[in-house]
Design a protein around this ligand. Structure first.
Ligand SMILES: Nc1ncnc2c1ncn2[C@@H]1O[C@H](COP(=O)(O)OP(=O)(O)O)[C@@H](O)[C@H]1O
Ligand SMILES: [Mg+2]
Length: 370
């Protein structure tokens, strides 16, 4: 704790100020006290000076305690610990002020040297803790943003050389095929399919990092329509597959159209892909409502499923289950879905068993079915 504690005492009652001032001295704390008899004078003194601790009377003639507290908290570059002084029976207000940012409160009839000493020490320590936490949080946010930007620009910048590689391979196939023997042609083909995979990976990474970079727009979004158009596209791409698709009518939510479309696209793509060994594949999109009115949406299928032992790794980027090895994919889809759902204030989870299909559930925070 600092040696000298700079205290600002804002109280219109001279006698109360005296009690606090003398109490602090008797407590053996080295204090330098500035006093103000009105909220306006207190706020002005606070803005001019530097204080470690403020005692703020909750009731002042010119401004109510909460407004005064907010003015103090709004002051730039000031990190003083604010202790509210209340009359008895006003603890509720004092607690509200603590929720807004005061560190402690004392009722006026309990003020004495030992209480003041404890309160000041506690307030300073707690304030220090708050600042450290704030600083750590800030650094975490900055580090995450940097990582996000890094991921985005790396993915973005990898595209150009990749296009070059693919372009020249294509030129090799088209312009130099008479100079390539069968093995050479095979190699070029394999380079091109590897670049295709890498392009898919980069595109998926870009999609994932866009989730947190873009502004979230709020609209009424029909999940039913999205599910319908996604599954129609999937059917057009593979018309020979027999897949029975059931989509619940009228599911509409509040959220971001493009993000929610990407989420459903990923879930339905997976359902479609991982049911491909089934002669009669089944996919359902629907919703259930729990007792608390919270809506849960789900995509269920009768595909290859997965072992729930590692279910907590589902949303980890690049994680794919053993039995998904023979299916195309990058392992970034569910990580993207998870981010999208979390940005909407919801949660994503799954239930499955090997060979018994999979169900993916998600909520969208407090948003209710429209
Ligand atoms: N419907 C599903 N049925 C079975 N396994 C699934 C299903 N959806 C996702 N998975 C498992 O989760 C993994 C991660 O999914 P995802 O991130 O979409 O990756 P990808 O589709 O590129 O493999 C998949 O590789 C697969 O192992
Ligand atoms: Mg996928």
């Amino acid at each position: 704790m600092r040696d000298l504690v700079r205290v600002l005492l804002i109280d219109d009652d001279e006698a109360d100020r005296l009690v606090v001032r003398r109490g602090l001295q008797q407590a053996g704390l080295k204090v330098e006290t500035t006093e103000a008899a009105t909220a306006a004078a207190g706020v002005a003194a606070f803005r001019e000076g530097t204080f470690d601790c403020v005692f703020l009377d909750y009731r002042l003639p010119d401004m109510d305690g909460m407004t005064t507290l907010k003015s103090l908290l709004d002051t730039e570059d000031n990190s003083a610990a604010i202790i509210v002084l209340t009359g008895q029976g006003n603890e509720r207000l004092a607690l509200e002020m603590m929720e807004v940012g005061a560190v402690d409160y004392l009722t006026k009839d309990e003020i004495g040297p030992s209480v003041l000493k404890r309160s000041v020490r506690y307030a300073l320590a707690r304030q220090q803790f708050r600042e450290t936490r704030q600083d750590l949080l800030h650094r975490l946010v900055v580090a995450n943003e940097e990582l996000e930007t890094f991921c985005y620009s790396v993915s973005h910048d990898l595209r150009a050389p990749l296009r070059g590689i693919d372009g020249f391979c294509q030129a090799l196939q088209e312009d130099c095929s008479d100079q390539l023997n069968a093995l050479g042609k095979q190699y070029v083909k394999r380079v091109r399919s590897a670049t295709d995979r890498m392009t898919a990976l980069i595109d998926n990474l870009l999609q994932m990092s866009k989730v947190n970079r873009s502004e979230l727009s709020e609209n009424t979004v029909s999940l039913t329509e999205i599910a319908r158009s996604v599954t129609e596209e999937l059917r057009q791409a593979e018309p020979d597959r027999e897949v029975s698709v059931k989509i619940e009518e009228g599911i509409a939510v509040n959220g971001d159209l493009s993000l929610l479309s990407a989420a459903l696209q990923n879930l339905l793509d997976n359902a479609w892909k991982f049911t491909s060994p089934r002669t009669k594949a089944k996919i359902t999109f629907g919703s259930t409502s729990e007792g608390d009115g919270q809506c849960t949406y789900f995509v269920t299928d009768n595909g290859i499923g997965f072992d729930m032992t590692f279910a907590d790794r589902l949303a980890v980027p690049f994680h794919r289950f053993e039995n998904a090895r023979n299916f195309e994919g990058t392992g970034i889809g569910l990580a993207t879905v998870d981010r999208i759902i979390r940005r909407h204030g919801g949660r994503l989870w799954a239930k499955s068993a090997p060979n018994e299909g999979a169900t993916f559930y998600f909520t969208l925070g407090e948003r209710k079915k429209a």
